[in-house]
Design a protein around this ligand. Structure first.
Ligand SMILES: [Zn+2]
Length: 112
């Protein structure tokens, strides 16, 4: 059996390690959605992941949120913006000045 020498690099390069960290598992994404839902004080009826055309996410009038699985490859700050945007629609169903102000304040408050 081959043993690892102390200090031996388990990963071929730092670059490939970074790539690994760029994709998160679906369960982590769902946890992010649940965390933001608690902060905002909303309860989506259903959260599904499905490939979408021309947009990252949508919110149905019945309170069902759909996110594109490609989001799992996006940076945390980008994911947060999409997640908060859709969850906020459960409270504010438009993109007016109030929606934009509340969205900005949530993202600023939690530093993402
Ligand atoms: Zn929207």
């Amino acid at each position: 059996m081959r043993s690892l020498a102390v200090g031996e690099n388990l990963f071929p390069s730092l670059a490939s390690l970074d790539e690994l960290e760029e994709v998160i598992p679906e369960v982590v994404f769902r946890e992010e959605v649940a965390t933001w839902a608690r902060r905002i004080g909303v309860e989506p009826k259903q959260v599904q992941l499905r490939a979408m055309k021309n947009k990252w996410a949508s919110c149905s009038s019945k309170g069902r949120l759909t996110f594109d699985p490609e989001l799992l490859k996006k940076p945390a700050a980008f994911r947060a913006e999409v997640i908060v945007h859709e969850l906020l629609h459960l409270k504010i169903p438009n993109h007016g000045p109030l929606f934009k102000a509340v969205l900005r304040s949530y993202l600023a408050r939690y530093g993402s």
